[in-house]
Design a protein around this ligand. Structure first.
Ligand SMILES: Nc1ncnc2c1ncn2[C@@H]1O[C@H](COP(=O)(O)OP(=O)(O)OP(=O)(O)O)[C@@H](O)[C@H]1O
Ligand SMILES: [Mg+2]
Length: 348
């Protein structure tokens, strides 16, 4: 598999991914045609408001969308090392999940197996994916639990998830995820439930894994501080779509989409002296059962034009990977208008 990998090929490529859930109320279009790539040793941060499809995207990559409610729509593509993940059989999926691609779930309590000692949950993975015998796997499990900051790991390895506090459970889940030295690590809000010092340790741990094994990381977070510290690339999601993506500095210093502007204005910046007001983004995201015809952000956008209400914006390019879906960048919009908007934003 390694040999097939072209040096410039991304380890993970998602193309036109669409995921729906069929519910009594109708078809929830959770993910509506997103594309992105992640290279080895690179951190892609996915940001966006609650309900925009971040976790569903993560679950799709882990082959965890289950029918009959969940459906990955036709023409969606997910490539791992150039292999078509959506065509994997059950055996390949088992090898892929846990061994090649691991996920730290948003909700530690429901993702751990409550009937199994935490050590065994790690040992099981080590035996299956790293060909270890049980004794060596137990020693390794203790080492890993120690490395994620679980005190008394030799005793803790034989305890059940309910015997751990919330923060400790989150660490256990991280231990399970990193145990098999995955090539891709998806971390879905890995530190939201943790206090700041532990948060820093966990992020350090993810960084170490990345540096040591060249792991590609997809980091899902609400926290722009974390994004600023960790990410190489950023994808901004809104209502099931990626409305802007690019290198970290492009998104922070030269954002193009009004939603990205609003998101960035809703977090405090260094150098603010307490005078500036944090902006809240007025309104709510659209209903994903019946998403609007034009731009999904139009109803909340300060710069909404007629076309935004009727036609889905094209994706415009601003650099190698910097792209935004917004009609403001159509050839028909005069340069002066963009300048005016720039000026207005500069003056807050
Ligand atoms: N099992 C499911 N059945 C029905 N709808 C679902 C299911 N899972 C997710 N959804 C819907 O898909 C949309 C995207 O959900 P998702 O969990 O990906 O959001 P998110 O971006 O991770 O939000 P958060 O930041 O709150 O975690 C939401 O509208 C959600 O209600
Ligand atoms: Mg989520």
């Amino acid at each position: 598999m390694e040999k097939l990998l072209n040096k410039n090929e991304s380890i993970l490529a998602v193309k036109n991914l669409r995921v729906s859930y069929h519910t009594y109320a109708g078809e929830v279009q959770s993910v509506r045609g997103i594309s992105f790539e992640v290279d080895r040793g690179e951190v892609l941060a996915i940001v966006g408001e609650s309900g925009c499809g971040k976790s569903v995207t993560a679950r799709a990559i882990m082959a965890l969308i289950q029918g009959p409610q969940g459906e990955i729509k036709k023409d969606s593509e997910i490539f791992y090392n150039g292999e078509d993940v959506l065509a994997y059989d059950k055996k390949k999926i088992r090898e892929f999940r846990g061994g090649e691609c691991a996920m730290i779930f948003q909700d530690a309590l429901t993702s751990l197996n409550p009937t199994m000692k935490v050590g065994n949950q790690i040992i099981e993975n080590l035996v299956a994916h790293r060909n270890m015998d049980k004794k060596a796997a137990k020693e390794e499990a203790i080492r890993i639990l120690e490395s994620v900051g679980i005190p008394n790991a030799e005793k803790r390895v034989d305890q059940y998830p309910h015997e751990f506090s919330g923060g400790m459970r989150q660490r256990v889940m991280i231990a399970i995820a990193v145990a098999c030295n995955p090539k891709i690590l998806i971390a879905d809000e890995p530190t939201t439930a943790l206090d700041v010092t532990i948060q820093a340790q966990i992020l350090e741990l993810i960084n170490e894994l990345k540096d040591k094994l060249n792991t590609a990381v997809i980091l899902i977070t609400h926290d722009f501080g974390v994004v600023a510290g960790m990410a190489d690339k950023i994808a901004v999601m809104y209502a099931g779509q990626i409305i802007e993506k690019g290198e970290k500095r492009e998104i922070f210093y030269n954002p193009k989409h009004p939603y990205t502007w609003a998101l960035l204005n809703s977090v405090p910046k260094l150098g603010w002296k307490g005078k500036q007001l944090l902006e809240t983004i007025k309104g709510t995201p659209p209903d994903l059962i019946a998403p609007p015809e034009g731009c999904a952000f139009a109803a909340r956008c300060k710069y909404c034009m007629n076309i935004c209400l009727t036609e889905e914006p094209k994706e415009y390019s601003f650099g190698d990977i910097h792209k935004a879906k917004c009609w403001l960048y159509s050839e028909e919009i005069p340069e002066e208008i963009l300048e005016e908007i720039k000026e207005e934003r500069r003056n807050g």
